[in-house]
Design a protein around this ligand. Sequence first.
Ligand SMILES: [Zn+2]
Length: 489
Amino acid sequence: MARHTTFRFCLDPTVEQTVALARHVGAARFAYNQCLRLHLDARERHRTLIRRGAGAGAVDQARDGVPWSRFSLINAYNQWKRSEAAGRRFLVTGDGVAEVEVTGLAWRGEVSSQVFEEAAVDLGRGLAAWTAPRSGKRKGRRVGHPRFKKKTHTSGSFRMRNKSKGDRSSIRVGTEDRSRSVVLPRLGSIRVQEDTRRLRRMIAMGRARILQATITRGVRRWWVSITVEAADLHPTARHSARPADDSTGWVGVDRGLHALVVAGKRDGTETLRVQAPKTLATGLRRQRRLVRAVSRKKRASANQRKAGTRLAKHHVRVRNTRQHFLHQVSNQLVKTHDRLVLEDLNITGIMSNRRLARAVGDAAWGELARQITYKQHWHGGQVVVADRWFASSKTCSSCGQIKPNLTLKDRTYACGHCGLVRDRDLNAATNLAAWAEDHTHGEEAQVGDRQAAGPVINACRRDGSGPHTRVGETSPDDAGTPVQTAPAA
Ligand SMILES: [Zn+2]
């Protein structure tokens, strides 16, 4: 089993369960903030020692005492939750002497301790994401420092890992008398609104194993996302492997201005053209209206809160519509194409203008690229990302002449050199397909890692999403350390 995927259900909790869920969300936020506070305090102590010119031994000890990793964070938190700082009680004895009794965090027994642990994991990840680009460990966008989480009534989440004892696991889907339910540690059986049959069958047949559950609070709704490790797709759903020396069959996918996606082969045949749904454009108009409504209401009034809820619900709806649509498009692409070439996300970001409509399109493109990448892995196909400086739009797909003065308004590409007239987006897709055939030379190409520079939730394999290698093949990672040859004297 090598495929991670998620099943999401809408919860239908009782009043008591809602209270318990809210308490867990609060506990997760509390633990995250407390871990962050412990971390920042320890860093501050270290800094103070340096400033005061303390001895090297003391400074080193303070530096080592700063919790950075999930393990040190959870240890620091566990130590703290039993300490006097977390809770104490004054006892007055019969002869009038006051004594302090250390109670620790009084409510710590009311929630699952896993919630605390997972909050520490999240903070550890956040801190690592913040330090990695700075120390040159990871390329990519700089990530902000983790911040304290605020209390809200429309967001927040907590996570629980699945623990198995014998053949009974702590997170279960469906009970004997109620199939539409999810069993969570400490919270018990909670009703869900959707049918859970597909997931239950996968688990029963040993084709899926529950890893964890994330419970999220939405606008007036609770969701549970169950992450499972699932078996590979059925061989009939997978693309058959191409011979090693085959460099053909690539299809370029262009993010168009009018059509969201245009896919085309090297010879100029269009294989897919998808228009962005109208609902997204109308959604944008509605969004402007709702935003205005919020700002017109009296600040911090009940009416402003209601208008805010309407806006939040609208965002959820637009996001769901877009997500559903993108899943349809990515499914269609990966089911019918075994080799796909995408544009580099960064270059499209640079070239895009600042209009809101385009911003929506850019976000959709990034998400679509992410979906295509992980789904194509599931189907055993290939995805490459074209070089970021490759001018797919401005190049003529017939003679290779570059047209520097091509504007965004030009819907068709008319070549002044060879006389080719072709739809602008199809011309770009054709160029991408040709680029892949010229640059991959049959060997497994660099898979679109750069598109997924962030955390890949649906990663196909646990050891990253690098090139797939078959028996007897080596990947670029296996090539060893490059040997520096001495310059000729
Ligand atoms: Zn030409």
